[in-house]
Design a protein. Sequence first.
Length: 96
Amino acid sequence: MNARERWIRCMHFQPVDHIPDEEFGYWEENSKVWQAQGLPEGIDLRDDDVANEYFGFSPRCSVPVGLGLDPAFESEVLEETDTYQIVLDGEGVKKK
């Protein structure tokens, strides 16, 4: 059973060989500890695909869906100095 078949069967509450395990965002601190414990030097934990393949986790898949407001606010600079800007962003959040 491949990762796609496993995911689809899981979403339909059908039996699978094991549940999908999607991991991401490995901490840099763990990299040093795990290398001291035997993680090969060439495994770059900053690259989720490389790390997931090494650990045997399911590949992470995503769909490019806009999760922001629709329609978005028009971004607007409300105040600007030599050192900062105050901006109203596309989600209506005022940021400095």
